[in-house]
Design a protein around this ligand. Structure first.
Ligand code: PMP
Ligand code: GLU
Length: 395
């Protein structure tokens, strides 16, 4: 009998997690690597949240909670969603899970039948296609182009819809491109999807990380009341509050879907971690007054990276408007390395020659590009760019 399930043949290790680990392993062996792989804020979780978590532990946040999360946190999420999305939200429309990634897992397991198609504009975060496959679905990638700002057009969406299409995944601001839909572009896309009876899965985890006065456009705000149960919003504390390790995310959507996901959750993790839920509730209880300083620091690092990358021979980089990634075109550099060389070869070469770790664009469905995270200190941005420049100049 086969040792492993055929389910395991459908998925691969997360490239972002793997590259982050590779860089960490090299550092642990004493090799001086600068890692631009990490998809997590380098700021510490704000102190008021940590203090609240310590008190919560002393006050008994040490037991199982309700399967879909504590009522206090679901109410806080509903209230926050109302203020961000300007649409009424009830706690019955909210489920708390162990991170936004886990929200997506529960969602796809709850809604997909074998062979159901989910449209994913490419480049996309690595976990969407694999999670769809894990749940028996078929991810249908639609390539977008840098020239179009990495945005999906309604025409391209229309063409990709088949009788098996169940959902469309949107992620604005986007990991890995940093692209952001403005209100009009989002409205056109979301309303087409809703009109064609799809579920719009809107991953809004980077909604607070926007630069240059760009405004955030939520999917839920883009539809009228009839369409709201066709929008499923994914959000959480990982990026906005620098709380990746606490593992708290949430889904907001049709109460029937939330109930299905709750059954999934009750049979798998029982409930999200009690103390992390207390911490997340505290996070949401105040204005995130630290965010403007974080945003301005991220924007400075982004500008330094974009400038540095554009000065390298064989590299061009647009200035993204959101998240904390840049996504340069490295096809020129790849051909300088030799005929037939790819973004993966460039990433390996940069690791070997410059001791700089990046994630190849092909992991996100965009060969020829690299993803570099600027959620690292400015001194590391500068050192990493100098190392890359030196290695490329020596070519
Ligand atoms: N969606 C996107 C687009 C992400 O980049 C991430 C970061 N890993 C997640 C979801 C998952 O976040 P979480 O830490 O809440 O699971
Ligand atoms: N979202 C982050 C990234 O893309 C964290 C890693 C992951 O969850 O894939 O690097």
């Amino acid at each position: 009998m086969k040792k492993m399930s055929s389910r395991m043949d459908r998925i691969i290790p997360s490239a972002t997690m793997r590259m982050t680990q590779t860089a960490a392993d090299l550092k642990a062996r004493g090799i001086d690597v600068i890692s631009f792989t990490a998809g997590e804020p380098d700021f510490p979780t704000p102190r008021y949240i940590i203090d609240a978590a310590c008190s919560a532990l002393r006050d008994g946040a040490t037991r199982y909670t309700a399967i879909s999360g504590t009522m206090e946190l679901r109410r806080a999420v509903a209230a926050q969603s109302e203020s961000v999305r300007r649409v009424p939200c009830q706690p019955e429309e909210v489920i708390i899970c162990a991170g936004a990634k886990h929200v997506l897992y529960n969602l796809f397991m709850a809604i997909l039948d074998e062979g159901d198609e989910v449209i994913v504009p490419l480049p996309a975060w690595v976990s969407y296609p694999d999670q769809v496959r894990l749940a028996g679905g078929v991810p249908v990638g639609i390539p977008t182009t840098e020239a179009d700002g990495w945005l999906l057009s309604p025409e391209a969406l229309e063409k990709a819809i088949t009788p098996r299409t169940k959902a469309l995944v949107l992620n604005s601001p986007c990991n890995p491109t940093g692209a952001v839909y403005d209100e009009d572009a989002l409205r056109a896309l979301v309303n087409l999807a809703v009109h064609r009876n799809l579920l719009v899965v809107s991953d809004e985890i980077y909604r607070d990380l926007l630069y240059d006065d760009v405004a955030f456009a939520p999917a839920l705000t883009a539809v009228n009341a009839d369409g709201r149960n066709r929008i499923f919003t994914v959000d959480g504390v990982s990026k906005s509050y620098a709380m990746t390790g606490w593992r708290i995310g949430w889904g907001i959507g049709d109460p029937d879907i939330i109930r299905g996901m709750t059954v999934m959750q009750g049979q798998t993790i029982s409930c999200p971690t009690a103390v992390s839920q207390s911490a997340a509730r505290e996070a949401l209880s105040r204005d995130a007054d630290f965010l403007p300083a974080w945003r301005s620091e991220y924007a400075d690092r982004r500008d330094a990276m974009v400038r540095g990358l554009n000065a390298m021979a064989g590299v061009t980089c647009r200035c993204p408007r959101g998240a904390f990634y840049v996504f340069p075109d490295v096809t020129g550099l790849a051909s300088r390395l030799g005929a037939g060389k790819t973004d993966e070869d460039v990433a390996r070469w940069l690791l070997d020659e410059a001791r700089v770790a990046t994630v190849p664009g092909s992991a996100f469905g965009a060969p020829g590009y690299l993803r570099l995270s600027y959620a690292v200190a400015m001194s590391l941005v500068n050192d990493g760019i100098s190392r890359m420049t030196a290695a490329i100049s020596a070519l």
